[in-house]
Write a protein that binds this ligand. Structure first.
Ligand code: SF4
Length: 326
């Protein structure tokens, strides 16, 4: 019976109704196990058993006007002494080392208030420092088509951009603005990296499916799911975090509903999720909205080495690289 359920989930496109039904399953028992197994089978076949490690560098530490109630960098959190901007040359050198140490795609992340021209120049510096063919991804505030084209000219191949869960309610940014940026990314020919995030215990299954479906009309090569970390000092920390079993369930449904072609990611790195559709995790460096330390690699962030170990332990082969000790 379990095998039959699993096989039926792999056939054809998943409907909204079916996705909701799967998210309603109790997080134990044969149907739940069949769901996780079906997503794992999809990903191991589609990604040919290959895991992916991305490397992200956070560039600035300052009170951000984005007003996200889950973020350590939001002005209301009061956690920053900034502004602090990471040095461009040192950033480019770190990006180069990460790209040569197993980081397949390099992400540069900023707050919503990072100076635009400065970001373009740091992208150009990083582009020169990483091997040709390495994907370079902007994770920054909202922008229009003209700026999306400039990101591409400076050396970006893609952008991580999302509508956060309860955007405009738990954040100070209107949903419409986020959508316009997604359209600019698509129209500029940048690869879009999407994620359903940051998932907390209060989010309904309907809200989760809505976010998964929002992006089905966009060309998305890399999809992901992310649980909200209860960062001390943030308003939403009081709601707590979802358990690993629930994140795995969401990961499996997102995998089967969105069927990403290049990779399926999970944050935080999670062993069960890497057996439930996910094949991609991050090594994280510098400032991070899910950390209160200025250099997340000294606290919560995974190193590339640790990410590689976890992927291999869950049966994914990784692009080999030397160990990066930054
Ligand atoms: S999540 Fe991003 S936009 Fe929101 S407050 Fe944090 S840094 Fe700013």
């Amino acid at each position: 019976m379990k095998k039959m359920w699993e096989e039926s989930l792999l056939q054809g496109e998943l409907s909204r109704v079916k996705a909701l039904e799967l998210l309603e399953l109790p997080t134990e028992g044969p149907e739940f196990e069949a769901l996780l197994q079906a997503a794992d089978t999809y990903s191991r076949n589609t990604f040919q058993g290959k895991g992916k490690i991305f490397a992200q560098i956070g560039l600035d530490w300052q009170p951000c006007s984005g007003g996200c109630q889950f973020c350590s960098l939001a002005a209301a959190c009061g956690n920053q002494e900034g502004p602090f901007y990471r040095d461009p040359e040192e950033t480019a050198a770190l990006a180069g080392r990460l790209a040569r140490s197993g980081g397949e795609d390099i992400f540069l992340m900023t707050t919503a208030d990072y100076p635009r021209e400065q970001f373009l120049s740091i992208i150009a510096a990083v582009r020169k420092a990483i091997p040709e063919g390495t994907r370079l991804v902007a994770n920054t505030g909202d922008f229009d088509l003209a700026y999306a084209r400039r990101l591409k000219e400076a050396g970006c191949t893609g952008a991580y951009h999302i509508c956060r869960l309860r955007e405009g309610v738990d954040t100070a940014i209107p949903l419409q603005r986020r959508m316009q940026t997604l359209e600019a990314i698509r129209d500029a020919g940048l690869e879009l990296y999407y994620c359903v995030e940051p998932i907390g215990p209060e989010h309904t299954n309907e809200e989760l499916v809505e976010e998964m479906l929002r992006i089905r009309d966009f060309p998305v090569g890399v999809m992901a799911v992310m649980k909200r970390v209860a960062v001390p000092g943030t308003k939403l920390a009081a709601n707590g975090e979802i358990p690993s079993q629930k994140l795995a369930q969401i990961c499996a449904v997102a995998t089967l509903l969105c069927r990403p072609e290049r990779a399926m990611g999970v944050h935080e790195p999670d062993r069960l999720c890497l057996r439930s559709g996910a094949n991609q995790i991050y090594g994280e460096y510098g400032v991070n909205p899910r950390d209160t330390e200025r250099n997340t690699e000294e606290n919560r962030g995974y190193s590339l080495e640790k990410a590689q170990k976890l992927l291999e332990e869950t049966g994914w082969s990784c692009q080999k690289g030397g160990v990066c000790n930054d």
